[in-house]
Design a protein around this ligand. Structure first.
Ligand code: NAD
Length: 282
């Protein structure tokens, strides 16, 4: 079935996700018949259903694949036959491809952030970056930063065990990157100021306003990236922009994870400009 995209998104609370529209519009623009289902596990009709049952149903229905989001990106791994190199590095899967009777897991969040970073912060200094937040998305971002050539990566999380575990994981995946968990951001800036900061905490979301870093630490020398994209202009991005920093909003990661997922589902290249336009028009 080369003229068709049949896929879906499994997660909780995904009513406002822009991924389904990006996938469907891109498929239509390429002349494919497309059906992309929002499979919200919070919906009353799915009460009592398990992730395993959902994956099985999608496979049996002839889906090309699935996107997987919160809170299933780790749980889904046990249901798969193979993992791509990036999924193995990150330890989480956000895209499953059904092919030749096999279920193959990929992590397009990592490539998505990396591609957004390479395009949006081209030439930015990568000697030392500070990552705020070592949760599900932070793990993909940390590995992407290392892949993008960050030489030293400091990681802060209000849960120190997460920062420690992620620092160890990235060091093992990317031996050329030095990593360290940090417990005091102001002290880090005083001793060894980073070139850039990435927010991968939920701080700044419409329902969680604020910033995970003191605004006084931000000056125009820093580049500042956020992965929160609801709202698009977070308080962190607005603050950094006002101080003259190069900034990278969270929309880039959201669009490029979808670009890569489309390519994995269909085997065809996707148009990032067109997918970004769909994202922006939402
Ligand atoms: P998560 O709950 O798995 O992880 C969040 C982490 O941040 C946790 O480890 C938590 O301890 C830490 N944290 C919370 N407040 C903090 C603070 N003030 N300082 C330091 N650490 C703090 O969540 P997640 O799935 O990693 O998602 C994080 C955010 O990223 C969400 O807002 C989500 O919308 C966004 N996100 C964006 C994209 C994208 O494509 N742009 C993709 C995934 C997630």
């Amino acid at each position: 079935r080369e003229d068709c995209l049949l896929a879906g998104l499994i997660g909780q609370g995904i009513a406002l996700s822009r991924t389904p529209l990006m996938q469907m519009q891109e498929a239509r623009a390429q002349g494919l018949f497309s059906s992309y289902k929002k499979l919200d596990m919070d919906a009353p009709e799915r009460a009592g259903m398990t992730l395993a049952q959902m994956v099985q149903s999608a496979e049996a229905a002839g889906f090309d694949g699935l996107n997987i989001t919160y809170p299933y990106k780790i749980e889904v791994i046990a249901l798969l036959d193979e993992l791509s190199e990036n999924a193995r590095a990150v330890g989480a899967v956000n895209t499953v491809v059904f092919r030749g009777g096999k279920r193959i897991g990929h992590n397009t969040d990592m490539w998505g952030f990396g591609e957004s970073f390479r395009r949006g912060l081209d030439g930015a200094r990568t000697g030392h970056a500070l990552l705020l937040g070592a949760g599900g998305a932070g793990v993909a971002v940390a590995n992407a930063l290392a892949e993008c050539g960050v030489q030293k990566l400091s990681i802060f999380d209000t849960d120190p065990a997460r920062a420690e575990a992620l620092a160890a994981q990235v060091a093992s995946n990317f031996p050329a990157t030095r990593t360290q968990p940090v417990s005091d951001i102001a002290a880090l800036f005083a001793e060894d100021k980073p070139n850039g900061v990435v927010n991968a905490t939920p701080m700044g979301m419409a329902k969680l306003p604020g910033m995970a870093i003191d605004a006084a630490l931000i000056d125009g020398d820093l580049w500042v990236a956020d992965i929160v994209y609801f709202p698009l202009e977070t308080q962190l991005i607005a603050t950094a922009r006002a101080k003259g920093c190069r900034v990278l909003p969270g929309s880039g990661m959201a669009v490029f994870q979808a670009v890569r997922a489309f390519e994995l589902f269909t085997g065809r290249p996707a148009d990032p400009v067109r997918m970004k336009a769909t994202f922006d028009a939402f």
